[in-house]
Design a protein around this ligand. Structure first.
Ligand SMILES: Nc1ncnc2c1ncn2[C@@H]1O[C@H](COP(=O)(O)OP(=O)(O)O)[C@@H](O)[C@H]1O
Ligand SMILES: [Mg+2]
Length: 228
């Protein structure tokens, strides 16, 4: 297997008035292509911070992330936007869907953003078909025209998953995707993730829940700002 993400000596500190809060203190880790990696850590241990750094939503104070051979700290402007839009897909605990848009429009939004107005006209039909197929696969065939606030938590998270996958990201990054769901609904989301992994999707998920970690291909632990 080859590493798709390599993180070396990642430090992240936040200034809090006169004090400095060192959240990450030298994280070394890698993600292999095709694996389902789970990072477990207590609440406040820096899981979201680390995941955001791996997906270039945030920058480390020091250290480097290499993603598919590209140094993330070298990206800026359009290249960085493109990376966030196309190379990674993010799923969050609280879904972050846009309530003014339908389910289908939410899923299409990243594809619209990445293709520009003219480009969008030429790929719209193909992309809409892909969005519908994803939504059907996730059991949302009869919810596509609904607004997110009309959906259950599990349906919202499956919508967010479809949105994260619309641009066929190399890695899916999931931040406590079951954290806001009851255990049965959460299990449904984990089954969807397992299915995606079996179909070849590389996944990195963070959670504070050891029971969820049992579902992963490989588990690493974030504690005291480092991987133990
Ligand atoms: N922007 C920020 N400014 C200051 N402190 C932050 C910021 N983001 C996170 N933190 C702090 O960093 C620590 C780790 O946060 P986080 O990565 O969200 O942890 P987790 O996701 O594991 O619960 C927490 O103590 C949190 O309060
Ligand atoms: Mg978090």
């Amino acid at each position: 297997m080859t590493a798709i993400i390599e993180a070396r000596e990642i430090h992240k500190a936040y200034r809090m008035g006169k004090r400095t809060l060192e959240v990450l203190r030298g994280v070394d880790m890698s993600v292999q292509a095709g694996e389902f990696l789970v990072i477990v850590g207590a609440s406040g241990s820096g899981k979201s911070t680390l995941l955001h750094i791996l997906g270039a939503l945030d920058r480390p104070s020091s250290g480097a992330v290499e993603f598919d051979g590209v140094r993330l700290n070298k990206l800026s402007g359009r290249k960085l936007d493109q990376f966030r839009n196309k190379t990674v897909g993010f799923v969050f605990q609280f879904y972050h869907l846009l309530n003014e848009l339908s389910v289908l429009e939410n899923v299409l939004a990243p594809a619209m953003a990445s293709s520009g107005t003219l480009g969008w006209l030429s790929v719209r039909n193909r992309t809409a078909l892909r969005a519908e197929q994803l939504l059907e696969r996730f059991g949302l065939a009869d919810r596509m025209r609904h607004k997110p606030y009309e959906l259950s938590g599990g349906e919202r998270q499956r919508t967010a998953l479809a949105r994260a996958l619309i641009n066929e990201p190399k890695v899916l990054l999931a931040d406590e995707p079951t954290g806001n769901l009851d255990s049965q609904t959460g299990s449904g989301i984990l089954e969807v993730l397992s299915g995606l992994h079996q179909a070849g999707q590389t996944i990195v998920m963070v959670t504070h829940d050891e029971r969820i970690a049992a579902r992963a291909g490989r588990v690493i632990r974030l504690c005291d700002g480092i991987i133990k």
